[in-house]
Write a protein that binds this ligand. Structure first.
Ligand code: FPP
Length: 256
């Protein structure tokens, strides 16, 4: 019989209780999210696009809290792709200020909640102020042993794979890797997710139904959850709905 989550499971009394129909023994370990629809949400409110990104930052806080409360081990959020540099300069500049703003507001709280911040992506290409903020967050939370809040920042799956191939080729060339020793496990160790489990659940908001160069290797057996809700409007209840959907899926990993 499935164990149920009861009201007292909510460690933080000020938070809403977890829905009782969610099963505590089938919480996805790793949830990855493509946070989409900020621009369309802003438009729907008669606001500029950047207001959508700013509001999306508030959703990050909400969803981090609820994921942590549920017992998710890793929450990966696609915050900026290697392709997003093509956006207008002002929008890119705004997006690059958000990690700094978010961390200056939330870092203490994250530490208090034992949440470890990690950045998955090519940090060296970030503007210095963004780089400094994320490095500080990583180092100040490195001792935290609770949920990992993994920001995909300047991340692209194809770039990640190409880098992995290059590193593997270099290791083959210098004799530290035998070509016939290359396996799924070995290859995974060359990816930016080397220390993380693959996502169990991918959520994409905004009604778009595509992967957009996000964790293409790691998502091979993930359950996919698409919702029409724009990211700034995505609430705890929408998150529960996705978890509920996940719990109803039969995961077979290619077996029967
Ligand atoms: C996609 O929506 C969203 C992004 C490219 C940026 C996501 C960033 C955040 C939610 C905030 C990041 C904050 C931190 C702390 C890292 P879109 O702009 O493509 O929306 P649209 O498809 O409706 O135009």
């Amino acid at each position: 019989m499935l164990r149920r989550l009861f009201k007292f499971f909510a460690a933080k009394p000020h938070m809403e209780p977890i829905p009782q129909d969610l099963s505590s023994d089938r919480i996805p370990q790793h949830v990855a999210v493509i946070m989409d629809g900020n621009g369309r949400w802003a438009k729907s409110q008669g606001l500029p696009r950047i207001a959508g990104h700013h509001s999306g930052m508030k959703t990050i806080k909400r969803i981090t809290k609820v994921a942590d409360k549920l017992g998710v081990k890793v929450l990966t959020l696609y915050a900026f792709s290697t392709e997003n540099w093509k956006r207008p300069k002002e929008e890119v500049e705004f997006l690059m200020k958000l990690p700094q703003e978010f961390l200056s507001l939330e870092l203490e709280d994250l530490i208090e909640n034992n949440i470890q911040v990690r950045i998955m992506g090519y940090k060296e290409d970030l503007p210095p102020h963004t780089f400094k903020a994320v490095e500080e967050a990583e180092s100040r939370t490195s001792h935290c042993t609770g949920m990992i809040l993994n920001f995909a920042l300047n991340y692209g799956s194809r770039k990640e794979m190409i880098q992995a191939f290059r590193e593997m080729a270099a290791d083959v060339q210098d004799g530290t890797l035998q070509p016939d020793h290359i396996s799924e496990e070995v290859y995974s160790q060359y990816l930016l997710t080397r220390a993380l489990p693959d996502p169990d659940l991918l959520i994409r908001t905004s009604g778009e139904v595509r992967i957009s160069n996000f964790m293409m290797w790691q998502l091979a057996y993930s359950e996919l959850w698409f919702t029409d809700v724009y990211w700034p409007a995505f609430t705890e209840d929408h998150f529960y709905e996705a978890i509920r959907g996940y719990q109803q899926r039969a995961r077979r990993f290619g077996g029967l």
